[in-house]
Design a protein around this ligand. Structure first.
Ligand code: PLP
Length: 402
């Protein structure tokens, strides 16, 4: 563990005089040296624009950029790199599908099915397009335990449903949705499925071919890579018939005032100079994760989740929001009537970083009748000793606030 923690320089610092306890991994993860050095190396040695250059630096940059696409495609089990579109992140990926797929195929009276536990990124893009075309965003309720109401999901599918857009893992509750069953159910009625995988890819192996998912969206920065970069995986059969999302350089074949033709996949959806260092950094993050291995990561996270749940539930007045049977290493909680913001501020004084508020899931907070939660999210570099510090600090915060 010491060796792993040394890979993450940001973990090694004092906050208000105390060693940092970083438990805000669901918001963004810290970056290992392998990622920092890959980005540094690119800017120091290979910085150049990609694709159209004949000179050596441009070819090096292009090789690294397209090599990153191959690494990412392999990581998610995509059949081809042409199904891996580079975006600015999960939000951008969902907006791409909403604008391009939704803008083309959604008509008045149609429905897009989302759940009550969606991040705003998987709600608002659908509202925007549905409002424009006269379609409806329909919601699947969430149970008191924070699980998807599966019978309600099944009952919501109809001939009006044109897409199911669901989170794979909830950022606010940690719930892991039964996505394989959901996809099978939707496909049986000919309905495509988009999964928001922002919180899933850091915790386990995702195989898009095995899932048979139609669109899969995720961000690099939650997977130990740089911010502002992410991926849309899409099945070729959909991507081929979808119109471009944005126009500009790189996404074209021939431009003429009489009419423009578009580039092949995936470039048709990648207008403008891309985030080259982002792709290189994300590929380095994936190689790092592979070197640690999901066997270790999942074992470590399950142990931390179990221990933290046990320690925190022993605190008087502490209530955990989200008690799904299948859960990622996220604990959302409230202590008595204390406002999450006040709790988070006190925890920071003890060197502990957690997230407070609605976690970009306002409809979910409304569902539970709460203003927000305090969220501690763990990853493989966290330790039981850190959870002990969290528990002590929460007890102190409760003594001060209640
Ligand atoms: N979806 C989920 C489940 C998330 O947790 C997040 C980020 O918190 C997003 C989408 C948005 O990701 P990004 O801001 O990287 O686009």
């Amino acid at each position: 563990m010491d060796k792993i923690r040394e890979d993450f320089p940001a973990l090694n610092q004092l906050i208000h005089g105390l060693p940092l306890v970083y438990l805000d991994n669901a918001a963004t993860t810290q970056k290992p040296l392998a990622v920092i050095e890959a980005i540094d190396g690119y800017y120091r040695n290979d910085n150049s624009n990609v694709h159209r250059g004949v000179h050596t630096l441009s070819q090096r940059a292009t090789d690294a950029y397209e090599g990153a696409r191959a690494t990412i495609a392999e990581y998610i089990g995509a059949k081809s790199t042409s199904e891996v579109i580079f975006t600015r992140g999960t939000t951008d990926s969902i907006n791409l599908v909403a604008a391009s797929f939704g803008g083309t195929y959604l008509k008045a009276g149609d429905e897009v099915l989302v759940s009550e536990m969606e991040h705003h990124s998987n709600i608002v893009p659908w509202q925007l397009i549905c409002n424009r075309v006269g379609a409806t965003v329909r919601t699947i309720p969430v149970t008191d335990a924070g699980e998807l109401d599966y019978p309600a999901f099944k009952a919501s599918l109809s001939t009006k449903t044109k897409l199911v857009a669901l989170t794979h893992v909830s950022n606010a509750l940690g719930t892991i949705n039964p996505v394989k069953d959901i996809i099978t159910e939707a496909h049986a009625m000919g309905i495509p499925v988009l999964l928001d995988g922002a919180q899933a890819v850091p915790h386990g192996r995702v195989d898009v071919a095995e899932l048979d998912v139609d669109f899969y969206c995720f961000s690099s920065h939650k997977l130990f890579g740089p911010t502002g970069f992410g991926v849309l995986y899409g099945k070729r059969e959909f991507l081929e018939v979808m119109p471009p999302y944005q126009g500009g350089g790189d996404m074209i074949d021939v431009v003429d005032f009489a009419g423009t033709t578009f580039n092949d996949l995936p470039y048709k959806f990648e207008a403008g100079t891309p985030h080259i260092a982002g792709a290189i950094g994300m590929a380095a993050a994936i190689k790092y994760v592979n070197s640690i291995g999901f066997g270790f990561i999942q074992n470590q996270e399950a142990g931390l989740l179990h221990y933290a749940t046990q320690q925190l539930t022993a605190i008087d007045g502490l209530r955990i929001i989200g008690e799904a049977k299948d859960k990622a290493s996220v604990i959302s909680f409230l202590i008595g009537s204390a406002h999450p913001y006040d709790v988070g501020t006190i925890l920071d004084k003890f060197g502990i970083a957690v997230r407070t508020g609605h976690h970009c899931t306002q409809p979910l907070m409304k569902r539970f009748g709460i203003p927000g939660t305090v969220r501690a999210s763990f990853t493989f570099y966290n330790t039981r000793a850190e959870i002990d510090r969290l528990e002590i600090a929460i007890r102190k915060a409760a003594a001060m606030l209640l």
